[in-house]
Design a protein around this ligand. Structure first.
Ligand code: BGC
Length: 749
């Protein structure tokens, strides 16, 4: 089977030559998923020399200076929410057994993309339906050539199901093919073994694996391989094998189905006790469920694709962006939308989207402010159900946030800088865990953004305790001085190259905003829902304090024009960037010691400039230009969250060429083969940023939380002839059509 849809260069990412240098990058780029299950784009047969069972100790490190191991291939099979406990890195997402596993031998030779003689190679990901297709001719020996085709998808209709289709045709000579299929359970996560127990068994036609993680999550996996022409049998080592001899021009097709279920699923929850006894009677019951799912899928094999395609069509219909006149931007925004749609799960509010979009383990599967600030806007205005699940994730993890506050000796709730499933802090580095507290206001910002775009009263009632508890945290965290002033000291703003600062402008402004919103929310609930109001147990004194702190937290300025990132920023050391930063392909953080970065005017990413980005009316044009020009020269964009913010601000200042150049820079982050940026996963916040640059930047949409309505003021790049996209706002669907200098907004049914 080839791609199901006619090839479209704007929706297909192609790899036309295999290279060991970029193999890990393409594994990230080609990640497939359903929200429930994600699998990196690794080869079914693996790669020689890339042992996935290697053990080593990954140490906590600052992400810009960490030098992680670079194996040539890293498998990744993730179910968000299934985690393990690492002795140094805390809770991390677990890399699960490899259900794609399929080995091929021709005349006794193993297929290996790095050493076999391969020609006519190509691999394509069709982002319209998430199908990954690989084809090539394998010159097995001088007399034998086999054409191999592999197609696969993770079903969006049956989210725990993986479908693989393989086809092998002898182009020259006669060939004996030996096939081995099953599940490879010998895998590690970042070199660490998170399986407290793992057992594999072949039952009848299925390969079954049951494992328990060291965080007590239970995972069952079953796979079945079948073909009309060859029979797969037990080889005594719990894999399925088949052999066939093919003459010239003969071919065989092989299909494989795999299904996964876990103790975190809403249905089929296993009791904890069974965890001690893998593959016992109780759990067989659950393998029965998987077996039934595989039976049903096998019977309806022909329908599996069409039902999956329908789901993808519906998502693209809501979320697609059409740019006329810029194919590069079109491909990149499609890529961003594909990964966002794949990574998030509207049916699960027990997890968010991790910083690498479940396409790699660089941030251990943790959830950051990336969710609220970079991803949620896309979902709020295109897929509000998904936005709601992300917002509810924070409501569901309020208890963890309360535990964090308590551990630090504060009241209320402190959301973790890095979250996993419970809301307890999972960041292994003290700098961020202790000081990057702005997350607590960012969470409130995300909740309010969702509410203001939907006006769902039930949601606000559920979210209200988050407003109140985070506000209580701020009251105990700020310093009240005897002169009546109030300060928020010892914080790290978004710029992670300033580790510890006083009165960071972004943090103070966000905290003030969150406190004011809290007062507003409490008042609204008091007026509309007596019962919910009484549950908040809030006193008038508290409300008074929220107001007082909101008013008094200072935002400092230099000459009344430039907002100071933090106290004393103007006296930080000036770095001679030209001299010290000799290779701009690598982060500045690799050329200057952490200690020096922390006391220099060197920004990892937008900090003060996050304010006019989030609040377009915060600065007038003159102030915006002054702040932009002051900070731009110090900003390294060593974080992928940075360029896109600057692009949007340039749009607002009418600096369209600069806006476009910064936008293009962001498009390359995961897509450039040279940079190979997707090796450890997708920069998913940047994906959300790219959508925002188009919608909030070039189309000039003002989000609703400021003015209670959305509006457009477009400034298209020169080459763009038109721009079209859909948005949902307060339950109504709209089609936005932007032409140079004007826009139309039409209601859709
Ligand atoms: C950035 C953070 C971001 C994190 C995860 C870091 O490098 O500095 O702002 O939240 O990556 O994407």
């Amino acid at each position: 089977m080839k791609l199901m849809k006619p090839f479209d260069p704007l929706y297909c990412i192609c790899e036309s030559n295999f290279s060991l240098k970029t193999s890990k990058h393409y594994e990230g780029v080609f990640t497939q998923g359903s929200g429930y299950l994600h699998i990196r784009g690794s080869f079914e047969e693996g790669l020689e020399g890339a042992n996935q069972n290697e053990e080593y100790m990954r140490l906590p490190a600052n992400v810009t200076i960490e030098k992680p191991r670079h194996p040539i291939s890293k498998w990744g099979t993730y179910v968000p929410g299934i985690t393990g406990i690492h002795p140094l890195l805390k809770e991390e997402i677990v890399n699960l057994p490899y259900v794609l596993f399929f080995k091929l031998f021709a005349n006794g030779n193993p297929l290996d993309m790095s050493s076999s003689r391969i020609s006519n190679y190509q691999r394509m990901l069709d982002m319209r339906d998430g199908l990954l297709y690989r084809e090539f001719d394998w010159e097995v020996d001088d007399n034998t050539t086999v054409k191999c085709e592999f197609t696969r998808f993770v079903s969006l209709a049956r989210k725990n199901l993986v479908v693989q289709m393989m086809n092998f045709k002898v182009l020259k000579g006669k060939c004996e093919l030996n096939l081995i299929s099953g599940i490879d359970e010998k895998v590690k996560t970042n070199g660490y073994n998170h399986f407290a127990s793992v057992a594999k068994k072949l039952t009848d036609r299925d390969c079954n694996v049951e494992l328990v993680t060291d965080n007590n999550d239970i995972v069952l996996m079953a796979s079945r391989t079948f073909s009309d022409t060859v029979e797969f049998k037990d080889n005594g080592s719990n894999d399925q094998v088949a052999s066939v001899v093919l003459n010239e021009n003969e071919s065989i097709s092989v299909n494989k189905l795999s299904a996964v279920m876990t103790s975190k699923d809403e249905t089929g929850r296993l009791s904890k006790d069974t965890s001690l006894n893998p593959l016992n009677e109780n759990t067989c019951l659950n393998f029965d469920i998987l077996r039934q799912q595989l039976d049903d899928a096998e019977k309806k094999f022909e329908q599996l694709y069409s039902e999956h395609e329908l789901c993808w069509n519906a998502r693209w219909e809501r979320s697609g962006v059409e740019i006329e006149g810029d194919d590069r931007a079109q491909l990149a925004v499609n890529f961003s939308i594909y990964h966002m749609l794949r990574a998030a799960n509207p049916d699960n509010s027990k997890v968010a989207v991790c910083a690498k979009g479940f396409a790699g383990e660089a941030y251990f599967g943790h959830f950051f402010w990336d969710t609220e600030i970079y991803l949620m806007p896309f979902f709020i205005y295109t897929n509000p159900d998904t936005a709601k699940a992300l917002a509810e994730f924070r409501i569901n993890t309020l208890d963890g946030a309360k535990r964090n506050a308590e551990k630090y000796g504060y009241n209320g709730a402190k959301y973790p800088w890095e979250s996993s499933v419970t809301g307890d802090e999972q960041c292994p580095n003290w700098q961020y865990a202790d000081h990057e507290v702005h997350i607590n206001a960012d969470v409130v910002f995300g909740l309010w953004h969702y509410y203001s775009a939907t006006e769902e009263e039930d949601f606000l009632v559920k979210a209200a305790p988050v407003f109140v508890e985070t506000a209580r945290y701020w009251i105990s965290r700020v310093e009240f001085r005897s002169d009546g002033s109030i300060n928020l000291n010892g914080v790290m703003g978004p710029d992670e190259y300033t580790c510890f600062s006083n009165n960071n402008a972004y943090t103070n402004m966000m905290v003030s905003w969150a406190l004011k919103k809290t007062v507003e929310v409490v008042k609204h609930i008091k007026e509309t829902n007596e019962n919910a109001y009484s549950l908040l147990k809030i006193t008038d004194e508290e409300i008074q304090l929220f107001n007082e702190v909101a008013q008094k937290l200072p935002v400092l300025t230099l000459d009344n024009k430039v907002i100071l990132q933090c106290e004393g920023f103007d006296r930080f050391e000036e770095l001679d960037f030209e001299k010290v930063w000799t290779d701009r392909k690598r982060p500045l953080g690799q050329f200057v010691s952490q200690e020096k970065c922390y006391r220099s005017k060197a920004l990892k990413q937008a900090d003060v400039l996050m304010l006019p980005f989030l609040f377009p009316n915060y600065l007038n044009q003159e102030e915006l230009a002054a702040n932009y020009d002051y900070y731009f020269k110090y900003t390294t964009h060593d974080s992928s969250l940075s360029s896109i913010v600057h692009s949007i601000l340039c749009c607002r200042m009418g600096r369209i060429q600069d806006a476009y150049d910064l936008f293009v820079k962001s498009l390359d982050i995961d897509l450039s083969e040279d940079k190979a940026g997707a090796a450890e996963g997708i920069h998913i916040a940047n994906c959300g940023g790219i959508w925002q640059a188009i919608v909030f930047g070039f189309a000039g949409m003002l989000p609703c939380y400021e003015s209670g309505q959305v509006s457009f003021n477009p400034r298209l790049p020169e080459s763009w002839k038109s721009l079209k996209f859909n948005i949902v706002y307060r339950g109504e669907n709209y089609r936005v059509h932007v032409l140079p200098g004007k826009s139309t907004v039409e209601r859709r049914s």
